[in-house]
Design a binder for this molecule. Structure first.
Ligand code: SAM
Length: 331
């Protein structure tokens, strides 16, 4: 019998972000600091296939209907196809998706679809080769563009592009990204930078998403569209366009009231809120499903009161207590 996870503030928590590995084949500047890139010899955390399946099974039995695989880079996990095929067969699961940089999608998209993956979100922060290389510390733009095409061909749709807006780095490309939605069935989502690398110089990169609205509405009238799964993204369509524009204002708006998620990190801890330092270790008793489920229920109680969250970016940054980089949490 499936139950429903409802937190103390009445939010239904039906979405699990399962970060399968801390390892990544890119080193994006907003994701890892210089020191983290250079820490040779440090062991990176990876969930085993058994851990992934046990956690996903408990989550689905608790009424979670959507699971997203993320990382680090989920496609570098050696057992990713088996993880997908195990999770996709679970009764009650309605949506299995992945967030990826798409570098390996050219060779893997069809195998992923065959294994049971429903769709992908692809991180792409620049359409300019040199800027892409700079943001990813060495990545090749053509690989991600080929990956996007392959995802569309393999039916991993709707394909959503995540563009992390970085002041002075890629904000001159907003118009180009918005225009991608005109004739391609792509959803392009703009995300505000969050201070995972430290709270001192977050304003170096931070740009509120109002700028995207200004630029998009100068191209064509913007029509609001209802999002498919709830959650924090607000969607619009340029009149007559094939794809949608999504806005995820992580700092400038009060999005916590619609939070519907829990996160599991590659260190096998459950993280109730991106902004808080609280975590529950899932490793002890992992093979006992009841113990695991009790930890999920305990995590709900640690979700912060959305009424106490500020919506000014300056106040919000001060509330940020997390101690992990995004690669160690799962973006
Ligand atoms: N490797 C995969 C990828 O590139 O899509 C999945 C993991 S990566 C951590 C996922 C996403 O997390 C990034 O593309 C970005 O959108 C988000 N992210 C990482 N660091 C962030 C930050 N400082 N602020 C906001 N979003 C961030």
């Amino acid at each position: 019998m499936l139950e429903k996870l409802v937190d103390p503030y009445g939010r239904i928590i039906n979405y699990l972000r399962l970060s399968v590995t801390e390892h990544c084949n890119l080193n994006c500047v907003y994701c890892r600091s210089e020191q983290q890139v250079c820490r040779a010899g440090v062991k990176e955390e990876v969930l085993t296939i058994q851990e992934c399946l046990a956690i996903a099974e408990a989550a689905v039995e608790l009424g979670m209907t959507r699971i997203r695989l993320t990382g680090g880079e989920p496609l570098v996990h050696p057992d990713i196809l088996d993880i997908i095929s195990g999770i996709s067969r679970m009764d009650g699961l309605m949506d299995l998706s992945m967030t990826t940089n798409a570098v390996l999608l050219d060779s893997m998209a069809f195998k992923l679809a065959e294994a049971g993956l429903d769709r992908v979100n692809i991180s792409l922060d620049s359409l300019d080769e040199e800027t892409y290389r700079r943001i990813t510390r060495g990545g090749k733009l053509y690989k991600t563009l080929n990956g996007i095409e392959k995802a569309l061909q393999a039916g991993l749709t709707p394909v959503k592009i995540n563009m992390l807006l970085l002041k002075g780095v890629n904000d001159h490309e907003i118009r180009r990204f918005v225009a991608l939605t005109l004739d391609k069935e792509l959803d392009v989502r703009f995300i505000e930078y969050m201070p995972f690398l430290g709270q001192e110089n977050w304003q170096q990169y931070y740009l509120p998403l109002d700028r995207v609205m200004e630029i998009a509405s100068a191209i064509a009238p913007l029509v609001p569209v209802k999002g498919e799964h709830g959650g924090p993204a607000k969607y619009y369509r340029l009149q007559g366009a094939s794809g949608k524009i999504g806005l995820i204002p992580t700092l400038s708006r009060h999005i916590c009231s619609v939070c519907n998620r829990l996160r599991v990190t590659p260190a096998c801890t459950i993280k109730p809120c991106l902004f808080s330092a609280d975590e529950i270790d899932l490793k002890p008793g992992l093979s006992d499903k009841e113990v695991l489920k009790e930890k999920f229920r305990a995590a709900l109680k640690l979700k912060p009161d959305p009424a106490r969250v500020y919506c000014s970016p300056y106040e919000r940054v001060k509330q940020f207590q997390g101690k992990r980089f995004m690669t160690q949490i799962g973006g």
